[in-house]
Design a protein around this ligand. Structure first.
Ligand SMILES: C[S@@+](CC[C@H](N)C(=O)[O-])C[C@H]1O[C@@H](n2cnc3c(N)ncnc32)[C@H](O)[C@@H]1O
Length: 259
């Protein structure tokens, strides 16, 4: 009964519509500012902080067609990956994309479902999410961050690539302008995308399922929960990468000043 109610919330969103999913997959490199760069930064982060260990367990929340896990598997085939998404269509695309890899598991669940019922019984070394957590209101984001933290191995990391709420209208106006310019430039370079860039932005703003929050509120939530080194790793307008580390016990009590 509860599961039905929880899944219904996801089913009301555009992501439950196959046509919307197809449109996103066809145009993601145009819609998302510096998407390739953000994926590059994710790989660099993984190589720097995680690839020193082997056989990492990674979790990809809102995996879509599996692009992020795929890029990580290209640099570390030893990992075991769990991919979660509410959309059957997206999971099918992810299964297709990752069919050459053995240690991948796919779970169909909404974030609301995950918050309610918990994550699969396994701890993770790296939890990553891309362009998905902004679909949760701040309270649910906080609950998800808490759950992510509780299920990270000590020394493990969380990274979120996502859209943010600008802290003021003046900044929002500029961020929307640079987003529009990005889409116009990309369209000239890659072709496709018949829809005017201004309409894409209007659609994003109007959709009830988009619930971005400010960078400050999300970093503060991570710090309150206990993440160490919570920081913004990259930002361009409303597009950003932020995250943090689950502190090793030995690190507790140490500050930058005392190191
Ligand atoms: C913009 S796509 C991003 C996909 C992929 N991570 C990427 O970077 O290309 C957002 C993904 O989040 C999923 N999603 C949206 N809301 C969700 C929710 N409440 N629970 C679980 N998945 C959700 C959608 O089905 C979709 O696959």
């Amino acid at each position: 009964m509860m599961a039905d109610k929880i899944m219904t919330e996801f089913n009301r969103s555009n992501w439950a519509r196959p046509e919307f999913v197809r449109q996103y997959r066809d145009n993601a490199d145009i819609y998302i500012v510096e998407r390739r760069r953000m994926i590059g930064i994710t790989k660099s982060f993984y190589k720097h902080f995680l690839s020193v260990r082997k056989e990492n367990n990674i979790l990809d929340l809102g995996c879509g067609d599996g692009i992020i896990t795929h890029k990580l598997l290209e640099i570390d085939e030893s990992m075991t990956a769990t991919l979660i998404d509410g959309s059957e269509d997206m999971l099918n695309k992810a299964k297709e994309r990752l069919q050459g890899y053995d240690n991948v598991n796919f779970i169909k669940a909404s974030f609301q479902n995950v918050i309610e019922k918990g994550l699969p019984a396994r701890d993770y070394d790296f939890t990553v999410s891309s362009m998905a957590i902004h679909h949760l209101a701040m309270n649910d984001k906080r609950e998800l961050f808490r759950l992510i933290h509780s299920r990270l191995n000590t020394g493990g990391y969380f990274m979120n690539i996502d859209v943010l709420l600008a802290p003021s209208e003046a900044l929002d106006n500029w961020y929307m302008k640079i987003w529009e310019e990005w889409m116009d430039d990309k369209r000239a370079e890659l072709g496709a995308l018949d829809e005017p860039s201004a309409d894409v932005i209007r659609r994003y703003k109007d959709a009830e399922e988009n619930k971005p929050d400010t960078l400050d509120s999300q970093l503060n939530a991570l710090r309150d929960i206990g993440f160490k080194d919570a920081d913004c790793f990259y930002k361009y307008g409303i597009f950003a990468i932020y995250g943090g580390k689950k502190q090793d016990k030995a690190e507790k009590g140490k500050t930058n000043e005392s190191v």
